[in-house]
Write a protein that binds this ligand. Sequence first.
Ligand SMILES: *Cc1c(COP(=O)(O)O)cnc(C)c1O
Length: 369
Amino acid sequence: MTIPLTRPLLPPLEDFVPYLEQVWASGMLTNAGAMHQALENALKQHLGISHLALTSNGTLALMLALRALGISGEVITTPYSFVATAHSLLWSGITPVFVDIDPVTLNLDPAKIEAAITPRTSAIMPVHCYGTPCDAAAIDSIARNHGLKVIYDAAHAFGVEDEGGSILRHGDMSIISFHATKVFNTFEGGAVVCPDPEIATQIARLRNFGFVDETTVSCVGINAKLNEVSAAFGLLQLQHVESALEQRGRVAAHYRQQLRGIKGVRCLPISVGTRPNHAYFPILLDEDFPLTRDALYHSFREREIMVRRYFYPLISAFPMYADFPSASAENLPVANTISSQVLCLPIFPNMENAEIDTITTFIREASRR
Ligand SMILES: *Cc1c(COP(=O)(O)O)cnc(C)c1O
């Protein structure tokens, strides 16, 4: 049985046709047309946030966020993420400073941030890894005390809520990705979310070459616009995303039930008071499991079950980062351990129990070898 890691949320094709007819009739394929406008409004309402600017992907959203806030020098971030997190910094001429992660949430450990602050530090870029909320209260208080900005990489966190609502409200800004493999997608796409309307306007200018109006260019902008067909697809998909989140919850619950009691296998805890989005289903294999993580990974792959080692290697291990002092293994013991233990199992909305059982039975049998 071939099982992909993920399957994009694809509503019935015929439901997309009326949207395309509207785009065709407008003759407007990009440049903040009607679909773009409608999707920005719909997302603000759906997520309960005040300002949001769509972008052509999550990586450019990170780069625009850094630019709009004038970040330079050093930025404290996590090595345990997708490489785009640190790439957005290095691409912008900023030095990433890696800080270790918390062994339970797998997010940037707030207790280790202050020791990494130097006179050159201008911001913190934490990641809500797998959609698990960061300790925003602790991070924001450190940032306030040291005059630092906070940009959350919330690429995994569509629909995640804590006691106060969407976690996208935290910090000076959050960015989100609408890539095809994410919980909500526009093929490619993303957005910057921020509480400050002036910063949101600045993001909208930066994504469109710096244009303020037909004849005024206010800054060195770039092209980071989302096209109308992608925006239309987002509008259609938004109608299905809540039921997709419910489905993901069902899959995750079935996994947890089937994995219970298997020696050496740990699932991540769900933080209390959080509405999770089950974007990923990571497990951690410790010394009690008879196979190494890589051995289990390869035997799944041989059976065409597309598990992934997210996040291995750590970002800090890639050649363009490995020589930074903060990238040393001694500085990042928890991240290095977790990175050697983690395996992300397939999860997508209409995953069948039989597919889940194939995977969990295989793990259970491997645990007895
Ligand atoms: C997917 C992802 C990104 C990049 O988003 P794109 O839309 O693919 O550019 C950034 N950070 C994290 C943590 C991601 O998972």
